[in-house]
Design a protein around this ligand. Structure first.
Ligand code: PLP
Length: 226
């Protein structure tokens, strides 16, 4: 089942890339395995999945040692500062940075561990009250503040678009994120390398790819309903 789903998702990624005139290698699939048992993650691994996303620190910590070492783990969910320490050395990217204090904590612990943690800035593109992330207009000021932190590298932006039946209705938010990233890139801020756009989930990843996503986060489409 998981293998079949993975191949369906792969086909859809390829056709979206084709439509957008992009190379398949420009888009990485994050298999969002939250709430799913390790047995299903193994199926995804056997079907070629090498990048998994979890939204809770505890779950990532539980699963990581039970799966092969060549898997990359991304933290994609809201993160509390007191949990950051558990991600150092386990997660290879944090998608959900939305404040200076959180970034400062990540940086401090990464420096202690002798690493630099790649992070994305979570933007609340649609201004939904129920969602984390910063308003688009705060992205550049925040990124300027974070540029001085030695233990993180701001690699791009992330957004969670509204839940919708019609993926086309999220196109404008994906476009907004891409335009925002281009604006910030043009400013050439020292130590900032904005290359990643983490956007698109099961319902709308094809549209997100058309609008420039480099990381798509697909859960239900691979592992089934939660
Ligand atoms: C759960 C989750 C996803 C995946 O959602 P699906 O609709 O199941 O694909 C993507 N991103 C984040 C941040 C999530 O928490």
């Amino acid at each position: 089942m998981v293998a079949e789903n993975m191949s369906t998702v792969e086909k859809k990624i390829c056709s979206a890339c084709l439509r957008a005139g992009r190379k398949r290698e420009e888009v990485r699939l994050v298999c969002v395995s939250k709430t799913k048992p390790v047995s299903l993650l193994r199926e995804a691994y056997e079907a070629g999945g090498r990048l998994f996303g979890e939204n809770r620190v505890q779950e990532l910590m539980d699963k990581e040692p039970q799966l092969p070492g060549d898997i990359e783990w991304h933290m994609i969910g809201h993160l509390q500062r007191n949990k950051v320490k558990y991600l150092i050395g386990r997660a290879s990217m944090i998608h959900s940075v939305d404040s200076e204090p959180l970034a400062e904590t990540i940086s401090r612990l990464a420096v202690q561990a002798g690493i630099v943690m790649p992070v994305l800035i979570e933007v609340n593109a649609a201004g939904e009250k129920t969602k984390f992330g910063i308003p688009p207009e705060n992205a550049e000021p925040l990124i300027r503040e974070l540029a001085v932190l030695p233990g993180i590298r701001v690699n791009g932006l992330m957004t969670i678009a509204p839940l919708t039946e019609n993926p086309e209705s999220n196109r404008r938010y994906f476009r907004l994120l891409r335009e925002l990233s281009i604006d910030i890139k043009r400013k050439s801020i020292d130590n900032i390398e904005i290359n990643e756009l983490s956007m698109g989930m099961t319902g709308d990843y094809e549209v997100a790819i058309e609008e420039g996503a480099t990381l798509i986060r697909v859960g239900t489409g691979i592992f089934g309903e939660r």
